[in-house]
Design a protein around this ligand. Structure first.
Ligand SMILES: Cc1cc2nc3c(=O)[nH]c(=O)nc-3n(C[C@H](O)[C@H](O)[C@H](O)COP(=O)(O)OP(=O)(O)OC[C@H]3O[C@@H](n4cnc5c(N)ncnc54)[C@H](O)[C@@H]3O)c2cc1C
Length: 331
């Protein structure tokens, strides 16, 4: 690809028809990279009836908005998403392409990279530009180490962005008028047909959107004691999370699991109760603004990432904190 034209970021819409929060994070990442390159930022939205959410994304700092709006993209399959993204890349000729590191994005980004015979940096938590080249930072070995990846021979340079890694761009500007991207899908792009979609059993709380999360670990000793976590969460209008140890033990449902093999969250406040702070847990919550840890072991690794730590027996500390907060908040 000869001429290079800025950064192309891909947004996603949720089941409610609004842009997913991660779209604003990828947009913020794209803005930063585009500014460092001194080149424009284009946002692409694919789906059916997505002009309005595309404008919302455009108002959050994009220079150009592309919309692939087609009924055949209602249930966006990985084949169709790959085909449309390749068309957008051919139309924009970007130097850098950023894709949300969601289930879908993690699926189609490498396919697109393979078809274009370029590299992909997956699951990035930071992005900078050095000497006009993207430098993508990604955790490896379960988050113990971070590596900086360059894709020097790749044009475009493709990266997926881990949700929760960037502050969200805010939609307080004026959107450029969305431009229609011609959607040309062949039989191979449409061979998977989605006949029905059902909501996942994600439980009452949307952990990714929660501003406050109270999570419990094996320190609670037995499932019934999770009521301590639920009571504290209730007073704070918080969602409840859990470690894999307690999910594997059958104490809590899998949709509450936070970490490498669970969900990635970035609330304003994350309270970890009886959680040791294993790297596999921490990678799912270390993007939280403010982490509070309650653990009786002063050497527990969770204290290394906590802004505020209480060393003590959770069976004493949690009821006391809950009672104080109940009084203070008048609940
Ligand atoms: C491939 C892989 C993927 C993984 N994915 C995930 C994942 O997605 N999410 C995840 O959470 N884990 C994951 N794990 C597991 C992870 O390595 C840890 O085993 C797990 O997070 C530990 O959970 P825990 O903190 O509840 O338990 P523990 O490590 O047993 O910690 C319990 C803590 O409670 C404290 N405690 C005990 N009693 C009290 C008390 N009375 N008062 C106060 N504190 C007390 C202890 O001091 C201890 O620190 C994964 C592991 C692997 C190998």
């Amino acid at each position: 690809m000869a001429e290079q034209n800025g950064v192309l970021v891909v947004g996603e819409v949720g089941g409610d028809g609004a842009p997913r929060p991660v779209s604003f994070e990828v947009l913020a990442a794209g803005r930063r990279v585009a500014d460092a390159l001194g080149q424009p930022l284009t946002v692409l939205l694919m789906g059916s009836g997505v002009a309005d959410p595309a404008r919302e994304l455009g108002a959050a700092g994009a220079d150009r908005v592309l919309v692939a709006d087609d009924d055949r993209l209602t249930a966006l399959t990985v084949e169709a998403a790959s085909a449309v993204l390749i068309e957008a890349i051919e139309a924009v000729r970007p130097a850098v392409v950023l894709v949300p590191g969601t289930t879908a994005g993690r699926d189609y980004a490498p396919r697109v990279a393979a078809r274009l015979q370029v590299g992909v940096a997956a699951d990035c938590v930071d992005l900078t530009v050095e000497d006009g080249t993207l430098v993508a930072v990604r955790p490896v070995i379960g988050g113990r180490v971070q590596v900086a990846v360059r894709l020097p021979g790749s044009r475009p340079q493709i990266a997926t962005v881990r949700p929760g890694s960037f502050d969200r761009a805010t939609a307080d500007g004026t959107s450029p008028e969305p431009e229609a991207l011609a959607v040309d899908l062949g039989p191979d792009d449409l061979r998977v047909v989605v006949r029905e979609t059902r909501p996942a059993e994600t439980g009452p709380a949307n952990l990714e959107a929660a501003q406050t999360i109270v999570s419990g670990g094996r320190g609670l000793k037995e499932p019934d004691n999770f009521k301590l976590v639920e009571e504290l969460a209730g007073v704070l209008d918080a969602a409840v999370g859990a470690t894999r140890a307690v999910v594997d033990a059958g104490w809590r449902p899998h949709h509450e699991q936070i970490g490498q093999t669970g969900r990635t969250v970035s609330p304003r406040l994350y309270i970890a109760v009886g959680i040791s702070g294993a790297v596999q847990h921490n990678v799912g919550m270390q993007g939280s603004d403010y982490i509070v840890a309650i653990n009786r072991d002063p050497d527990a690794p969770i204290f290394k990432i906590a802004a505020f730590g209480i060393v003590g027996d959770l069976f004493e500390v949690v009821p006391a904190v809950t009672a104080e907060l109940r009084d203070a908040l008048g609940k």
